[in-house]
Design a protein around this ligand. Structure first.
Ligand code: FPP
Length: 226
């Protein structure tokens, strides 16, 4: 039995359903992503209020690069706008921003703004906001494996010395406790190549609510069920 008032310390979220939210209104999918930004704000505000220490948002998966160019372009515009307009406010609220994923595929401008946001907020302690962008759980594990393989090839490490904690240290979020609660909106019951390693013991919670419709009541429900 969980003790009462048990509260997650690290929440991981798949923000799904933006496209369907727009399609149901006969609007372009990009409008759903724009509406999704408001839900990001709702979610962050909720986590700050609840004293949740870390929030990891799946903003853009490695597979999302395969979406139609027009949709990818709209998402990139949205990221740029968020990097320009939201970072200052997040900094003011004491959020430390961390990006996880393969950054090399983003434009140089976006990469620079990611680095600037991280540098600006690196000493903040109210919450850690991890933004997964160009991220895939399998990418993460392959990346970590490559780093260890390079150490072995250089003669600095023996294969039998590799254990879970060593691999873990090479993964994204290595310096953070793993998520204890995972939320996916949009009705699909999958983890879709999100934090595969890090979700090993995470409680999973799913809702039919589409991401742009996310509200405090839904988030409260997830916490009550936890
Ligand atoms: C999934 O919905 C959502 C995305 C691929 C993008 C999420 C991005 C945002 C909410 C805005 C930016 C946020 C940050 C933190 C920078 P979908 O298009 O797969 O929806 P569908 O399943 O209905 O098609």
């Amino acid at each position: 039995m969980n003790p009462p008032n048990r509260k997650p310390r690290h929440l991981a979220v798949i923000m799904d359903g933006n496209g369907r939210w727009a399609e149901r209104r006969n609007r372009p999918r990009s409008l759903g992503h724009r509406a999704g930004v408001r839900a990001v704000q709702v979610c962050l505000e909720f986590c700050l209020e609840q004293g949740i220490e870390a929030l990891t948002l799946f903003a853009f998966s490695s597979e999302n690069w395969n979406r139609p160019a027009e949709e990818v372009g709209a998402l990139m515009k949205l990221f740029l706008r968020m990097l320009d307009n939201e970072v200052e406010e997040l900094h003011r609220r004491g959020a430390r921003i961390v990006f996880i994923g393969e950054r090399g595929e983003f434009s140089q401008l976006i990469q620079d703004k990611m680095a600037r946001a991280e540098a600006l907020t690196r000493n903040n302690t109210a919450i850690t906001a991890n933004i997964a962008a160009g991220y895939g759980g399998r990418w993460d594990i392959v990346n970590a494996t490559r780093r260890l393989a390079a150490e072995v090839a250089a003669g600095r490490l023996r294969p039998e010395e590799i254990d879970e904690s060593m691999l873990n240290r090479q993964l994204s979020l290595a310096d953070q406790d793993p998520p204890d609660l995972f939320i996916r909106t949009g009705g699909d019951l999958r983890v879709s190549n999100f934090l595969l390693w890090q979700l090993a013991y995470t409680e999973l919670w799913f809702t039919e609510t589409l991401w742009p419709d996310l509200d405090e009541t839904t988030l409260r429900q997830a916490l009550d069920d936890f």
